[in-house]
Write a protein that binds this ligand. Structure first.
Ligand code: COA
Length: 166
């Protein structure tokens, strides 16, 4: 039987426990998940290089998960990467109703660009729905709060804050 592949794209600057949760649940639906770390975007200035973001995401995985995950950096369209990788679906997490509008337009555009690729939404665990990469960076600037990102990622955020002199 053909292998089922999902592409999980994002900026992941840095990957949070919410991203990891979506990725783990995507793995239950697919034989393989490709995490696509988008190199740059018009609207976001990143704290971590794409390669650092890959290493940080990889640090969440167990050896069993790693065997079914591929990570890559890309700079073009997500739809083109999905086609290139032979993915049947694009995986995205939905946290709140406000995510929905943006995600709905993106899914429609990706369908336009790659009609054979379906977007699959997973509702973010309600205990993780308030987490985002920027809020995690903001909170860790002032207080050591667990449960948003892994300890390793939290340390990297603190290191970066020191480098930035914040
Ligand atoms: N748990 C926790 N946080 C989550 C989350 C979850 N399940 N899902 C999303 N987020 C947060 C992220 O932390 C991030 O927060 P931030 O804004 O504070 O940094 C935000 O939601 C979105 O980040 P992410 O999931 O990494 O995705 P993104 O919206 O940055 O990614 C791309 C967008 C890269 C997928 C999109 O811009 C894209 O496809 N670009 C390529 C060019 C292209 O194809 N354009 C046409 C698109 S139709």
């Amino acid at each position: 039987m053909a292998k089922r592949t999902l592409l999980y794209p994002g900026s992941f600057d840095p990957p949070t426990l919410g991203h990891y949760d979506i990725m783990k649940r995507g793995l239950k639906l697919a034989d393989r998940v490709i995490v696509g770390v988008h190199g740059g975007s018009l609207s976001k200035r990143h704290w971590f290089s794409p390669e650092e973001r890959i290493d940080l995401f990889e640090s969440y995985f167990s050896p069993e998960e790693s065997a079914k995950i591929e990570l890559c950096v890309y700079d073009g369209l997500t739809a083109d990467l999905a086609i290139e990788k032979g993915a049947q679906g694009i995986l995205r997490g939905l946290r709140t109703a406000s995510d929905f509008e943006f995600e709905f337009s993106m899914a429609a555009m990706n369908k336009h660009l790659a009609p054979g690729v379906e977007t699959i939404f997973i509702r973010t665990d309600e205990n993780l729905a308030h987490i985002s990469s920027s809020l995690s960076k903001d909170v860790l600037r002032y207080r050591n709060v667990p449960g948003m990102v892994s300890e390793l990622v939290a340390n990297k955020i603190r290191e970066r804050l020191e480098e930035l002199g914040s």
